[in-house]
Design a protein around this ligand. Structure first.
Ligand code: ASP
Length: 343
């Protein structure tokens, strides 16, 4: 009431003064709820030389909007008690369908001018996993990876065999032309004209997509989907479909999805290495991720990054490139998307 306020005005002023003075001497409390979130989700859309002055405002906005849409897709599933596996598949489907990313539609071109995709998925409660490699007609490779995990006795299927399996499973099969975008074709055409090798172009921009989720049951799932590296040849397969390299999930430790120069990620078993540092050395998530991405990989000249989360809903988004399309959300309301390294 207005009159009541007047009567207590001096008391309010004294209280305000105490609070003001206290704020100089007391640590500022974190406004975010410190208790572990009921669910959490983290995504990436590739790491690389992503610079402010090279990304026009419209394109930047398009990426931010799509990343937010991806987070929202995951939230809708996790908030109502859906599984981390469902969230990971749905989020990656959305990113595969977007021409912005190097996965599904918008995948980069091989040396022969084709789109060949890899994907994998893993669940942390049972260490089950599935993957497809070198596929050219499966609209959503991550869904095929999930089916390999849930509807076959195998972990990784490749090329026409994986495509026949996906068709048997009733997944959508498309003409290879579906994956072609002018933007990727233009980069391919330029590189082809310059006769550059994949090794010379590795450090431009990656664009793989990945998602790791923790659901209300405490289960972690992780998935990764990619068109691989521009100008790849001889049926080259990267780290993305390799369990332990590009993707890993274990409820005891964490879930990880990687992006970067796949050959290094395979040789360093990056995703599992982060989990192993937590399991065997007791490192916290961010320390484990930074050790692998910012020390080990950097010492070898390898570019890329990872997103990860642990059973407590802690998030890591570690990369050694100028930027990485990325974002996270937690049930306590925290949510952000980022592109550049300095934000
Ligand atoms: N890791 C992927 C590969 O090597 C590429 C990327 O993440 O951009 O196939």
């Amino acid at each position: 009431m207005v009159s009541g306020f007047k009567a207590t005005q001096p008391a309010v002023a004294v209280l305000a003064l105490i609070v003001l003075l206290a704020s100089f001497t007391m640590p500022i409390a974190n406004p975010a709820d410190p208790s572990p979130p009921d669910y959490a989700l983290v995504i990436h859309g590739g790491a690389g030389v992503i610079l402010r002055d090279k990304l026009d405002a419209e394109t930047e906005q398009a990426y931010r909007t799509k990343l937010l849409e991806a987070l929202e897709t995951g939230r809708e599933i996790l908030a109502v008690g859906g599984s981390s596996l469902d969230a990971v598949e749905a989020v990656i489907n959305l990113m595969e369908d977007s021409p912005l990313f190097n996965a599904g539609r918008g995948s980069v071109f091989t040396e022969a001018g084709k789109n060949e995709m890899d994907a994998s998925i893993m669940t942390g409660h049972d260490l089950n996993a599935g993957a497809v490699a070198g596929v050219t007609t499966i609209k959503n490779p991550i869904s095929a990876a999930r089916r390999v995990m849930t509807h076959s006795k195998h972990v990784m299927l490749s090329r026409d065999g994986a495509e026949a399996f996906a068709a048997d499973q009733g997944l959508e099969i498309v003409d290879p032309e579906y994956f072609r975008t002018e933007r990727r074709w233009e980069s391919y055409r330029k590189l082809k004209a310059k006769q550059e090798s994949a090794a010379e172009t590795e450090d431009t921009k990656h664009g793989t997509v990945g998602c790791v989720a923790l659901d209300r049951e405490g289960n972690i799932a992780a998935g990764t989907s990619t068109g691989g590296m521009t100008m790849k040849k001889w049926g080259r397969i990267g780290d993305s479909p390799v369990i332990g390299a590009g993707t890993y999930a274990n409820n005891l430790t964490c879930g990880v999805s990687a992006t970067g120069h796949g050959e290094f990620f395979i040789r360093n078993v990056v995703a599992h290495d982060i989990s192993a540092l937590m399991e065997y050395k007791g490192l916290a998530l961010v320390a484990a991720a930074d050790l692998v991405v910012k020390k080990k990989l950097v010492s070898q000249g390898a570019t890329g990054g990872i997103v990860a989360l642990d059973g407590e809903g802690n998030i890591a988004m570690s990369f050694n490139t100028p930027g990485m399309y990325r974002g996270f959300l937690k049930s306590n309301g925290e949510q952000s998307v980022f592109i550049f390294g300095d934000e």
